[in-house]
Structures are given as structure tokens and as C-alpha cells.
Design a binder for this molecule. Structure first.
Ligand code: HEC
Length: 261
């Protein structure tokens, strides 16, 4: 009897300990779009991890394609260490961008190359400039996008592969508008950003639209949740501790009650 109750306690405790690792609450439901495709990710489940090679490919796509329109304001170049880049490589990446700094001793602003301590360079100075360059639509910051939409990385992947060449009969698109199966309301002001063969992969990974979409979504998931792996590890350690602790307590209980039975 006591044993059964104890086992139940253990299950509840384990579930509580595991919950934070498995929950990733979507902040906004994407009403009006099709349900995202159900993809398999290496970071799925309580022991899943990011795939460094996929993250590097995803970052390459962001850098060469998406960064022309989308900022990722919460990321610093030094964060790229988590993708497996070393200090020298990160310095070189940062150096490719130019930043306004100052004022110097004469009171003037000046330009300098980027540093690992800089935030990812934004493509536009402000939202007005972003809107005017994009038919009036502001490309949203992508730092937390994987958490901001229901479906997370599944949604991002679906969106990137979900363009239809023509709007269904009875719908008209204005110039600068595109039809996407997964976008809320189906009409999106972003032209299909990816196409087969567009980005060169050095590691022999297929250069297909689907692969690109998968890698860049993987990267955006990491950006939105860079500590997921540590969190999961802590969850597992806590559960192991609880199991061992439960065993010890059970043995102890038996010892104390030995003479009473
Ligand atoms: C030429 C500019 C441009 C490029 C390049 C571009 N985007 Fe966009 N993107 C936009 C604009 C504009 C919007 C806003 C669309 C809207 O609200 O209708 C947008 C919206 C989005 C959204 C939000 C969709 C939603 O649910 O509201 C995501 C996600 C996104 N882009 C991802 C990407 C990714 C990933 C890339 C690179 C592979 C990329 N974009 C490249 C202009 C661009």
C-alpha cells in the first residue's frame, strides 16, 4: 500500500521535473493558416540536442539571404560560439560588417568594423526605412520568431516551403503580395526567400528548398532558445536524483519500520 503511494509520488515528481524541458508555449496562435507540417527535429523530446552542422548551415542562410531584410537583435556575434565557431572565426565574421560608433575625442561619429561583442547587424536603421524598402511591410525581427508563432520551427519550415505560385480562384493579390498556405490569412508581403541551389553548402548537404528551410528553422529555434540543451540536462539530472533519493528513502523507511511489522 505504502509502496504504491510512493510510486505514484515518484511519477508525479518526475512529470513535474520534466515539464519545463518539454513545454515551449507558443505566444501567438496563427489563425487562418493551414496547420503546420509535423517535422522531425534533432532537438525534439526530453533528450534532443541541436545539430551544430545544421545550425551553421542555417546561420549561413540567415546571413546570406534573410539578413538582407530581417534583424536578429537579441544575438551577438560571440553567441556564435554555440554553433561551434572558434574565436578567430567569430572575429572574422563580425569584421565583415561596418558599425557606426563614437563620438570620438573630437566629438565625431566614426565607422569601424564589427566586433564579437556587437549585436548582429540590422539591415535597416529603423522601421520606417524597413517598411519603405518592403512595400510598406516591416520584416519582423527573427530572434524570437521560433517562440512567437504557434508551431514554432514546424511553422517556420512550413511557411518557407508553403508558397503557391498562384492565389486560389477568387483571390487577387496586389503587387508585393504572395500566397502562402501556412501564413495567417494566407497573404504575405515576403517574396519566397529560398529556392533550390541558391546557397552553396560546403559539407555535401543537398541544396534543396526543403533542406534550406529545415536548416534555417533549426537555426531560428536555437536563436530563440539557446539554453534548451542545458535545461533538458538539468531536468534529467533532477529526475535521476529523485529516483536515487526515493530508493534511499524507501530503504530507510524499511529499516525504521522493520521491528514494528
Ligand atoms: C526581401 C526582404 C525579405 C527577405 C530576404 C526575407 N524576408 Fe521574411 N519577411 C519579409 C517581410 C516584408 C515580412 C512581413 C510579411 C508580412 O507581414 O506579410 C517577412 C516576414 C517573415 C516571417 C514572419 C511570418 C509571419 O508569420 O508573420 C518570417 C518567419 C520570415 N519572414 C522569415 C524569413 C526567413 C527565414 C528568411 C530567409 C530565408 C526571410 N524571411 C527573408 C521580408 C523578407
Amino acid at each position: 500500500m505504502i509502496k504504491r503511494t510512493f510510486a505514484k509520488y515518484l511519477v508525479v515528481l518526475a512529470a513535474l521535473a520534466l515539464a519545463p524541458a518539454m513545454l515551449s508555449a507558443p505566444a501567438r496562435a496563427a489563425g487562418g493558416g493551414e496547420k503546420p507540417l509535423d517535422m522531425t527535429w534533432t532537438f525534439d523530446g526530453p533528450t534532443g540536442t541541436y545539430d551544430r552542422a545544421a545550425l551553421q548551415r542555417g546561420y549561413k542562410i540567415y546571413r546570406e539571404v534573410c539578413a538582407a531584410c530581417h534583424s536578429m537583435n537579441l544575438l551577438y556575434y560571440r553567441n556564435l560560439e554555440a554553433l561551434g565557431y572558434n574565436e578567430e572565426q567569430i572575429k572574422n565574421i563580425a569584421r565583415e560588417y561596418t558599425y557606426m560608433d563614437g563620438p570620438n575625442d573630437e566629438g565625431d561619429m566614426f565607422e569601424r568594423p564589427g566586433l564579437p561583442s556587437d549585436r548582429f547587424k540590422s539591415p535597416f536603421e529603423n522601421d520606417k526605412q524597413a517598411a519603405s524598402a518592403n512595400n510598406g511591410a516591416v520584416p519582423p525581427d527573427l530572434s524570437l520568431m521560433a517562440k512567437a508563432r504557434a508551431g514554432g520551427p514546424d511553422y517556420l519550415y512550413s511557411l518557407l516551403v508553403g508558397y503557391e505560385e498562384h492565389a486560389p480562384h477568387g483571390h487577387t493579390l496586389l503587387s508585393g503580395q504572395y500566397w502562402n498556405k501556412y501564413m495567417a490569412g494566407h497573404v504575405i508581403a515576403m517574396a519566397p526567400p529560398l529556392a533550390e541551389g541558391q546557397i552553396a553548402y560546403e559539407d555535401g548537404t543537398p541544396q534543396t528548398l526543403e533542406q534550406y528551410a529545415k536548416d534555417v528553422s533549426h537555426f531560428m529555434m536555437w536563436a530563440a532558445d539557446p539554453y534548451m540543451e542545458e535545461r533538458k540536462q538539468t531536468g534529467i539530472a533532477v529526475i535521476l536524483f529523485l529516483i536515487v533519493f526515493a530508493g534511499v528513502m524507501y530503504a530507510y523507511k524499511k529499516k525504521i519500520w522493520k521491528d514494528v511489522h
